[in-house]
Ligand binder design. Structure first.
Ligand code: EPZ
Length: 483
């Protein structure tokens, strides 16, 4: 059996690609391995590899806390306040540690008065150096959201070259266009981007080409203290966005949303700190639900709520999964019987989230028939399927996407489609985590496969899954950590 990474290098060599391409691929892998170790170390995960004995259903209860995709932005928002903020339900993940170190570099005192709580005191904000921010940010994209608050506090923001992760190029053109619309000046240099606002920031009329989560957050974090009113059209309305709006309103902001993805923000001169409990992590909840399905398991996800998971629950039920909604969580389980194929289109909220497709695809490899997943948000989010194919899955990726009569989401040039034919038994293999959600899907695949799997770059998973090793233990998984 050829190991996944050797297979890739061999196929590249056979394709006669220039050696420097191979060197670039190896370099990317080396950097990813470094990032994985750093990310793991930030949350005390010393091992880089996990060896899983598959075939055992996951059963038991786990808790999900605050959302990675809200907590990190809420921490940045504290920079806008004149007084300290208290964030509760903070997950112990490495992305939170990255933002804590960055805030510290900008003079924000970050302490933890209790478990899962962060007190953020922005009384003495000061300038930080490019190199410092670059080193701290690593491959995180969060520095881009510091722009607005730093322009208001310091009149300048320095953004290192962000780069993308393996799911797409992830350009920042919407962010830069929005900041220019507020009156900011954007200067690109070899180090990164320097943004200034010599004449201050004023309200603007902005229409996003695509309802980008990041660009919507950029506009919110900038407009709340800009002179005048900002109208944002085609905004993202994800639950994490609405939770960020709730936080800003608690701080003293004036924000109202309209039904057609339009948000109005009336700038104010000053904001105070907030006290807020972060919305639960619906991506983590959906991931454990997919794990219950693929392992024929029964997992109670404490902290999960129905409203933010409506679309996921519909698809979960259509595939053949069962769930019970309770006051303090949701029970997800495999009710027995055969799983059913489905057609899924990822989309912006309230559609099926792009972050849910990777874990779900593992379960779809066990459905009786042909499933199709159309990825419409990112241009390269099926790279992880290579390793699933190495484990015995039947997945074909159509790089230009697939026409389909029953499509609801308007086709995007960048989209791709994966055709999953099942059921095919999965067997253990050695795989390397390529990105956050891909990594968790490998855990699910290894747990539902026969035989032994070895998963490396484990730290990448700790970027967004709090204490996942303890949770696997609590759910009765058979594994050991290595290296
Ligand atoms: C956020 O990323 C999340 N990350 C992502 O979750 C999530 O997949 C994504 O929103 C969509 O819901 C965080 O919140 C930290 P976007 P973000 O701006 O803000 C294009 C996970 O696994 N675009 O909504 O970066 C972009 O390339 C992560 O938790 C531009 O073209 O996503 C993409 O195709 C992965 N130009 C699309 O818009 C821009 O300036 C959506 O990106 C900005 C975005």
């Amino acid at each position: 059996m050829i190991r996944a990474s050797r297979a890739r290098t061999l196929s590249i060599r056979r394709s006669g690609l220039r050696p420097d391409y191979t060197r670039r691929v190896d370099l990317v892998s080396v950097n990813l391995a470094k990032d994985a170790r750093k990310a793991g170390a930030r949350v005390g995960l010393k091992s880089d590899a996990i060896v899983v004995e598959g075939g055992k259903p996951l059963t038991g209860r786990i808790e999900v806390r605050g959302a990675k995709n809200l907590a990190t932005k809420a921490m940045v928002a504290a920079l806008l306040g004149d007084t300290p903020s208290l964030l509760q339900g903070v997950p112990e993940i490495s992305d939170v540690d990255v933002v804590t170190r960055m805030l510290d570099a900008y003079g924000v005192a970050v302490t933890s008065p209790a478990e899962g709580e962060l007190l953020l005191d922005p009384s003495n904000v000061l300038k930080a150096h490019f190199a410092q921010i670059d080193a701290l940010a690593g491959s995180s994209r969060i520095p881009i959201l510091f722009c607005g608050p730093l322009l208001h506090r310091l009149g300048e923001a320095l953004i290192p070259d962000l780069g993308g992760c393996r799911i797409g190029d992830r350009p920042i053109d919407f962010h830069m266009d929005a900041l220019r619309a507020f009156g900011a000046i954007v200067d690109k240099s070899y180090e990164g981007i320097r943004i200034t606002a010599p004449n201050g920031l004023h309200g603007a009329n902005i229409e996003l080409p695509f309802p980008s989560v990041g660009a919507t957050e950029q506009v919110l974090l900038t407009a709340v203290r800009a002179q005048g009113v900002t109208e944002l059209k085609n905004a993202a309305i994800e639950p994490e966005i609405m939770d960020l709006i709730a936080i800003l309103q608690k701080m003293g902001a004036i924000i109202w949303t309209e039904a057609n993805r339009t948000i109005f923000i009336e700038g104010v001169d000053s904001l105070s700190g907030y006290t807020h409990r972060a919305i639960f992590d619906r991506n983590e909840a959906a991931s454990w639900a997919a794990a219950a399905l693929a392992t024929h398991g029964d997992i109670y996800v404490g902290g999960a709520k129905q409203l933010e998971l409506m679309t996921f629950l519909n698809v979960f039920r259509k595939v053949g999964g069962a769930f019970d909604v309770h006051e303090d969580g949701i029970r997800f389980y495999h009710p027995g019987g055969q799983l059913h194929p489905v057609q899924v289109e990822t989309d912006v909220h309230p559609g099926f989230m792009t972050d849910w497709q990777q874990p779900l695809i593992v379960a779809l490899t066990q459905a009786d028939g042909v499933s199709i997943v159309h990825e419409t948000v990112y241009e390269n989010r099926f790279g992880f399927t290579d390793a699933l194919v190495d484990m015995g899955a039947d997945i074909v990726v159509h790089k230009d996407g697939l026409e389909s009569i029953s499509r609801r989401v308007p086709r995007r040039k960048l989209e791709q489609a994966a055709v999953i034919t099942g059921p095919t038994p999965l067997h253990g293999a050695d795989v390397r985590v390529p990105d956050l959600r891909g990594g968790f899907s490998y855990l699910i695949a290894a747990l539902s496969a026969s035989g032994t799997s070895r998963i490396t770059n484990l730290g990448i998973i700790s970027r967004g899954y709090e204490r996942f090793v303890e949770k696997l233990e609590a759910l009765g998984a058979d594994f050991r950590l290595e290296g």
